[in-house]
Design a protein around this ligand. Structure first.
Ligand code: HEC
Length: 125
């Protein structure tokens, strides 16, 4: 292999590598920190609860469904998208405590204070 061929091969390999890196970067959206999201301490505590108990079934920053509907902007609308229940703290607290058909309740898992923290975080979505 002569020198020029070798150079062009190296170039091609690095272009492909770069393209793959760029693609991978687009695919995985970096998780924002609490500070970047502008969360106060109560909301940040609520976020942790969300990660522990809700995230596996509900997307926080997308309306895309997982096991349950995405919760992006859940309090920005007047009614919950699936059940049509009013989107207010009271109904939300009921749903979290008692669950829905395919969602367990969390009254045995979280204290009332923790549910308040979680709701404070849901308001930021
Ligand atoms: C095991 C999966 C699962 C977990 C964990 C879960 N949910 Fe759900 N959730 C669902 C499903 C499925 C529904 C759809 C309603 C139904 O089951 O009838 C739902 C419905 C809801 C609704 C009502 C949506 C609407 O439009 O009516 C809210 C609000 C909600 N979940 C919030 C939460 C919160 C907050 C948590 C964390 C404490 C949580 N969920 C944990 C699966 C889950």
């Amino acid at each position: 292999m002569n020198f020029l061929k070798l150079i062009s091969l190296c170039l091609r390999v690095s272009v492909v590598t770069l393209a793959l890196l760029v693609l991978a970067g687009c695919e995985v959206e970096r998780r924002k920190s609490d500070a970047e999201l502008g969360l106060n301490p109560q909301q940040a505590a609520g976020r942790q609860l969300y990660d522990n108990y809700c995230d596996r079934c509900h997307e926080p920053y997308s309306s895309r469904g997982k096991k349950g509907p995405g919760l992006k902007g859940v309090f920005k609308q007047q009614y919950l998208s699936l059940s049509g229940l009013p989107a207010n703290d009271e109904r939300m607290s009921d749903i979290i405590k008692h669950g829905r058909a395919k969602m367990e309740g969390f009254s045995q898992v979280m204290t009332d204070q923790q549910i308040q923290d979680l709701i404070a975080y849901l308001h930021t979505l």
